[in-house]
Ligand binder design. Sequence first.
Ligand code: NAD
Length: 481
Amino acid sequence: MRAQPIASHFVNGAYLEDAAGAPLEVLYPATGEVIALLHEATPAVIEAALAAASAAQGAWAALRPVERARILRRAADLIRERNPDLAQLETLDTGKPIQETLVADWPSGADAIEFFAGLAPSVTGETIPLGRDFAYTLREPLGVCVGIGAWNYPSQIACWKAAPALALGNAMVFKPSELTPLGALQLAEILAEAGLPPGLFNVVQGRGAVGASLVSDGRVAKVSLTGSVPTGRKVYAMAAEGVRHVTMELGGKSPLIIFDDADLESAVGAAMLANFYSAGQVCSNGTRVFVQAGIKARFLDRLAARTAAIRLGDPLDVDTQMGPLISGLQADKVMGYVTRAVAEGARLVCGGTRTQGNFVAPTVFADVTDAMELAREEVFGPVMAVLDFSTENEVVTRANATQFGLAAGVFTADLTRAHRVIAALQAGTCWINAYNLTPVEMPFGGSKLSGVGRENGHAAVAHYTQIKSVYVGMGPVDAPY
Ligand code: NAD
């Protein structure tokens, strides 16, 4: 299987290669087969991308917003037309089952492009009456934005960052994860075909060091990172040197709280979606499933039965429900968590094995306690921790006893309790009787160590624009000297 792009990078409206860059092999996670050979960006490629973005941004910002929107809407249509091919490439890049990539990855990216195209023309400033005088504000683009992506939703992440950036008049240089470099190149091609002028969306490949050179460049006004907390700390610190704007979409260890009165099948289904979709490689996953005493036995019975029926296999087969983890390294890491959870006394309900290659069986642990590693650290694999609880106050305190704050969910039939509990939970993105649904209309992001800023929704406008205040004097200046 080959998925070799024309060249490694996309700069100033065209593919660009520089074979002097360190090699970057792209592996199909299901088989380990090399599907493409790319090169990391050299300083010359990075320079070309930043120079192209800086040169193109002013004219783009000067267009009427509807003119920018028209190009973006065309790109969203092209993505939808090509979704089957794009989904196949996404599956090769990530190993995620085609039944997911067909409905989740590029479709969500197209939604973001369409949404921000629609929103941008109505973004305006305000007028502020000041008696005889007045002031007004302009919402201006930031300039050149850098996007850095994780490997779990590579194309969706590229679209979620590019869409508001471009719609609001910015240029972007995007660095995908070194493990999943292919989707962003497709986005660059599609945007160019839709009529985006050269230089406004550039893709450069590479590992962390390439990201670091982008983040520390003086021409960059904003950095949006999706990645882990340790990387977030480094990137945030580098961005602080230049007092750049940041959006940080980082990791989590989110609580999903199931009360006795919850609808059993919905709660079980949500817990599975919250731990097994994309083989558990989802930042907002509800990996601490708190289950109230009265429903625990029935919950675990149904969970074990439904989990055992999950079909692992060839990600390109439409019947496959779970694929491999992204890499051997990630599978090793996940199996390490499994082994240590057993050693710490968690009860293995099902799974717990590495079936072959990078494949790990969907795994459920019960009787997990707050102090165990499995309840504290982000595993980023298909491993669910079920914890017991008795009272509402107790579970809220325990759910909040973490440095992360990305997401949270509550399942209950009691409307008042649902809202009361959500109000008390420290998390940026919450669900009531649902989990992990992230429509573009709804802001998404974390609190505490899970991040700053928000993607999607009207909230993203504030993170890709800045306000210029203009005071207008309408009469003679009254100076005391
Ligand atoms: P990672 O932190 O290892 O890498 C993320 C990106 O940062 C990669 O492109 C990487 O090359 C780059 N990078 C690494 N070091 C850098 C540096 N010093 N300077 C600039 N860039 C650097 O994360 P990952 O393993 O690719 O992804 C998994 C993590 O991402 C998990 O923690 C997950 O929770 C998180 N994530 C968060 C969200 C969210 O929206 N909150 C979404 C998806 C994934």
